[in-house]
Design a binder for this molecule. Structure first.
Ligand code: HGY
Ligand code: MN
Ligand code: MN
Length: 395
């Protein structure tokens, strides 16, 4: 084992953010299967080969750099949110590459569509068997493009499949994407568990009509239905949720989205997250009941799309122990155990192998925004902890 090269690691990170650079700060626009995503994967494949790894790209576009001796898999994703930060996912891929250069027996992965342009962590979901390829191909993005169509953009790179059984475990380094470490002035978070998530698209349909001549009591206004649903849901959740439970209506399309037309149709995303599976179940029942009640009261029709999601996932004790020991050596008194409120590919990898995660601070807790950032010194501390832990695990 040699020491990781911090300068090369930082140079790779800054080069990667050049693919899909947003022009706003260090932000990136690198959605799955877009030109910038494909170019970034081609560049990463070249860096993996230079590091002596065998490159394999699977049918979904998951990019693997395999070590000669199978052992630990380390990585994350290199696709981004529609307005993404330069580190979300990319940090874990580039750190894995640098660790693989220093620690024999480490393989590297950049999963595809972790950010869910098409669903929820679709690349690692198909790789892990949580979703079959045919189902994934039928998923559509917000513009109605099927994944099966979009992934033709990586067809020229596809070279085979990678069996998860060959790996002894998976570790993902990621930015925290929250305020805890930055607020406490700490450097490392060792993740105890990743929350579960459920997500579905809901459509309320009423009657499109003239905004001037249609009396309020004669309207079947789909947006008013969404507004009433949201208010009723927040009230209905009060006795079910905890301060850590979150739920979000993040994507809304109003049809026909015109100033002088009563909205006839509203389609929106409903996403909720919690550490307990039975609470996710109870919330799902409340969502369905509340949507049906609002639709009935307002003379609207209701369509509920397929349920997507991931179960809450505990991290592996042995892998976590190696991360904690390395954190204590490198950042004594400046690390903590903590949950992950964000989703990660590690949840899907956990279907086949022990997994663990470590976090570095997010400045101001900002993420899924062009302003996302982490001090370079903290990025390097995370790299050193990851390399130290990997060295003990494959040693
Ligand atoms: O939404 C998430 O938690 C992840 O960043 N895609
Ligand atoms: Mn991520
Ligand atoms: Mn993300």
């Amino acid at each position: 084992m040699t020491e990781p090269d911090a300068d090369r690691f930082l140079a790779d990170l800054h080069e990667l953010r050049g693919f899909g650079a947003s022009g706003t700060g260090k932000g990136v626009v690198r959605p799955a299967y877009g030109a910038a995503d494909v170019a970034a994967r081609e560049w990463l494949a070249g860096r993996m080969e230079e590091a002596g790894l065998r490159v394999v790209v699977d049918a979904m576009g998951n990019l693997f750099g395999l070590s000669k001796t199978p052992g630990l898999l380390i990585g994350s994703h290199s696709d981004s949110q529609p307005e993404g930060g330069w580190l979300d996912g990319a940090l874990g891929v580039v750190a894995a590459l640098e660790v693989a250069r220093a620690v024999p027996g480490v393989s590297v992965v950049s999963f595809q569509d972790e950010e869910g342009r098409f669903g929820v962590t679709t690349g690692s979901a198909v790789w892990s068997g949580a979703m079959d390829l045919a189902t994934a191909d039928g998923l559509k993005d917000a513009a109605g493009v099927p994944l099966g169509e979009a992934r033709k953009a990586v067809a020229h790179l596809v070279s085979g499949e990678v069996d998860p059984a060959q790996f002894s475990g998976f570790i993902e380094m990621h930015i925290e994407q929250g305020p805890v470490l930055d607020g406490a002035g700490e450097k490392i978070g060792v993740v105890e568990a990743i929350v579960g998530l459920r997500s579905m698209m809901i459509t309320l349909s009423g009657q499109q009509n003239h905004a001037g001549t249609t009396p309020m009591d004669m309207r079947r206004d789909a947006f008013q239905g969404l507004s009433a649903f949201n208010t009723a849901l927040n009230e209905a959740f009060r006795n079910v949720v905890t301060p850590r439970t979150v739920w979000t209506i993040g994507h809304v399309t109003v049809h026909p989205n015109a100033t002088s037309i009563v909205p006839g149709k509203v389609t929106f995303s409903m996403q909720w997250r919690d550490g307990e599976a039975d609470r996710l179940d109870r919330m799902e029942a409340i969502i369905r009941e509340t949507a049906a009640a609002v639709a009935a009261e307002r003379g609207l029709t209701l369509e509920v799309g397929p349920l997507l999601g991931l179960a809450p996932t505990a991290m592996d004790g042995r892998l976590r122990g190696a991360l904690e020991a390395a954190a204590q050596e490198i950042a004594p008194g400046a690390w903590r155990r903590m949950p992950s409120g964000a989703l990660h590919d590690a949840t899907n990898a956990a279907r086949h192998m022990p997994v663990a995660m470590l976090f570095v601070p997010s400045i101001g807790g900002i993420s899924h925004d062009f302003a996302e950032d982490t001090a370079e010194a903290d990025l390097v501390t995370g790299l050193e902890v990851l390399a130290r832990a990997a060295g003990t695990l494959v040693g």
